[in-house]
Design a protein around this ligand. Structure first.
Ligand code: IVH
Length: 674
């Protein structure tokens, strides 16, 4: 490569890296894996080394990034939050060790090896043991003040616990990582899948997106967690720990969540051994662990080693390469979502990856297939890191045979044969047919789901049957179902048909927000639906709302509802079919429950039965009444909810027969929160 070519390539790489930084840090929507990103950085670093005259003073050789976003107050860290040098190579890790041994003039050095948590870096400040602030890393110097959101994290103590021999500094910035457990990540993605919304690629993006929500009630709906592992500014200096090992002990003694495991070891071989152990254990951790962080144990030696402008010389991240495997792409199938989006799916020759057998991977959209030139019959590289949705990374063109012809994306919906459309500015290809049977099924399934009006007995399979029979062609059709039709489904279906009809009847009195959520307006999730219900108080009022009801002079009128959502709502109700849905629901006799302002449970009658997990019966009654609800001793058709605990008896049975909604304690507490 000559200098002119190198110059072009360097410019290209810088541009790509800047773009991926923006996607990763500000939008929390990376398009490539960390591994591929690091490869770009390495290529750039290698070129800059070969052609030093082309290296800029502002050379990007490590991800420094900037996560600051609009809407938050910025706060200046008292001590800078650095990033870490990272490597995928054992050799480079050993060089790191050798360099420290040389620079510090020691025969041996001790290190702490701890998990590198794939979350979002935050700094939590405690003053005299009280939590005063939580801030994101930002650009390292200043970050976004996310205190309100961090306070939704139940495991983050407001006060540091006191313990013998453990100081409580006057001021301490404790560094850590906010994350979502794999289970919580999967729960949220499942909900999004059901709602036809795009899935999050991994827990890190979801955690980053969540902590940056402007509405902390929205944040509280997702169970964020935190783990703390490092220190920033500490006052007085006498409250500094002597070693990182000791600091982990303090974090624990203060009652803060700490890393699941760490190793204090001496010498490069022992460091490497610990990393191998971590690799075998990490799947069992609650958080995604994408590597190991190796830190010099002694704090005084850390100081002597010092840092570069961006990262300490005393620590290094060793990253585990994601699991990848080559396998054959047997077919490309197309899934149609609730809003008509066609999503291509790779049907793969099953292959073992990151401990699970992978037979399918998402191909995202039409453009993605074209960009990677993915063809049926190709051998493709599939990647899966932990719980991340498997993805096709690239094609091995060397194994391509002449039979592999470019993939032609369907021009018609595979379900109803309507010609597909691609709206301007969207990557998604859609089936525009509102009556497309898959869309109908998904819409009805969503409406009836637990997250919406919650009709027991109307699960996915039952909806499939009703749509197939032609009895349900739209959401309001649910309320027009006929008993004799249901009875024709089989022999002994009398009781289950009656139960279903009772559940459908009971759903007419679901809370308003459940209906709003159930309509499936793009971008409107449960939390937004609650905000809208509080503001508009009826479906009609929402359906006839004007732009000014949402946005005035660029400002949101309803907290939590920004312009994107406002436009989505207006567009939705502008569509005559959607207005018709609302009118038909009203005509079917729905009576959405709207809480009186300030009292979450006004006008609702509850019956308690069985033993609740945490509340006594008196507590529960008091709380319901304080929120404007009524508690009654017996179940009737007028009962709005039966709250059932362990060993619930005949009242539960009666509720089921009458079609009265049954909730548990957690749902009651949720309602009390409004
Ligand atoms: S120590 C000066 N320890 O990785 C040392 N960082 O790639 C700075 N990270 O910005 C960090 N787990 O957000 C440290 N056990 C751990 C970590 C960890 C995850 C993150 C952290 C940092 C990034 C650097």
């Amino acid at each position: 490569m000559d200098s002119a070519e190198a110059q072009k390539q360097i410019a290209r790489l810088r541009q790509q890296i800047a773009r991926h930084d923006e996607l990763y840090y500000r939008r929390a929507q990376p398009e490539i894996t960390d591994f591929d990103y690091d490869a770009l950085k390495q290529e750039l670093a290698a070129l800059e080394q070969r052609f030093p005259e082309l290296a800029s003073a502002e050379s990007v050789t490590q991800r420094v990034g900037d996560d600051r976003t609009e809407g938050f107050q910025v706060y200046r860290h008292r001590e800078r939050m650095m990033s870490l040098d990272n490597t995928y190579s054992e050799e480079e890790l050993r060089e790191f060790h050798a360099r420290l041994v040389r620079d510090l003039e020691r025969d041996e050095l001790s290190f702490v090896v701890e998990p590198k948590i794939d979350g979002l870096a935050v700094s939590v400040t405690y003053e005299k043991g009280k939590l005063v602030r939580a801030v994101t890393r930002g650009n390292g110097v200043e970050g976004d003040d996310i205190t309100a959101n961090a306070l939704t994290i139940k495991t983050l103590p407001r006060t540091l616990a006191e313990a013998d021999g453990v100081p409580i500094p006057d001021v301490i910035e404790i560094r850590g990582e906010v994350f979502l457990t794999t289970a919580e990540f999967q729960r949220i993605n499942k909900q999004r899948e059901e709602a036809g919304e795009p899935l999050y690629a991994n827990p890190r993006n979801l955690a980053a997106g969540t902590i940056k929500q402007l509405d902390s009630r929205e944040v509280a709906q997702r169970k964020l967690e935190i783990v703390l592992y490092g220190r920033g500014y500490v006052e007085p200096v006498s409250a500094l720990p002597e070693t990182q090992t000791q600091f982990h002990g303090w974090v624990k003694a203060w009652g803060l969540p700490t890393v699941e495991k760490f190793w204090t070891v001496t010498g490069a071989d022992a460091v490497w051994d610990a990393i191998q152990k971590l690799d075998t254990l990490r799947d069992s951790f609650a958080y995604a662990t994408d590597g190991a962080v190796v830190k010099l144990d002694s704090v005084s030696l850390q100081r002597r080693a010092g840092s570069t402008s961006k990262s300490p010389r005393w620590a290094m991240a060793y990253k585990f390469a994601p699991d990848r495997a080559e396998t054959r792409l047997n077919a490309i199938t197309i899934q149609v979502g609730r809003t008509g989006v066609l999503t291509p799916v790779a049907e793969l020759e099953p292959v073992l990856l990151a401990g699970t057998t992978v037979a399918r991977a998402t191909l995202h959209n039409r453009d993605e297939i074209a960009r990677k030139d993915i063809r049926v019959g190709d051998y493709v590289l599939v990647e899966k890191a932990g719980e991340i949705i498997p993805a096709v990374v690239s094609v091995n063109t060397e194994r391509r045979t002449p039979e592999c012809v470019p993939y032609v994306f369907p021009e018609r919906c595979p379900q109803c044969a309507t010609p597909v459309v691609q709206l301007e500015g969207e990557v998604a290809v859609r089936c525009p047919n509102f009556e497309c049977p898959v869309q109908v099924r998904r819409r009805v399934q969503h409406f009836a789901s637990k997250a919406c009006v919650d009709i027991e007995g109307l699960g996915e399979a039952m909806v499939d049957v009703l749509v197939e029979k032609g009895w349900v062609r739209s959401v309001p059709d649910i309320y027009r179902l006929r008993r004799e039709d249901l009875l024709s489904l089989g022999k002994n279906v009398g009781k289950s048909s009656d139960n279903l009809l009772a559940a459908i009847e009971a759903s007419k009195r679901a809370e308003l927000w459940r209906f709003i959520h159930g309509l499936g307006v793009p971008h409107v999730g449960a939390a937004a639906a609650k905000d809208l219900a509080r503001k508009f108080r009826s479906l009609e009022a929402l359906a006839t709302a004007k732009y000014e009801d949402f946005i005035q002079g660029k400002e949101s009128v309803i907290s939590g509802i920004g312009e994107t959502m406002a436009l989505a709502i207006l567009t939705y109700f502008n569509e005559p079919r959607n207005r018709a849905t609302v009118n038909e629901l009203i005509a079917a006799g729905i009576e959405p429950v709207v809480p009186a302002a300030g009292s979450a449970l006004a006008g609702k009658t509850f019956v308690l039965t069985g033993t609740l997990p945490t509340l006594t019966r008196d507590d529960a009654s008091a709380r319901i009444e304080a929120a404007g609800g009524k508690v009654s001793g017996s179940v009737s058709k007028k009962t709005h909810y039966v709250v059932a605990g362990a060993e619930a008896g005949s009242k539960l049975e009666k509720a089921k027969t009458l079609g009265v909604p049954v909730i548990d304690e957690a749902q009651l507490l949720e309602m009390l929160r409004g």
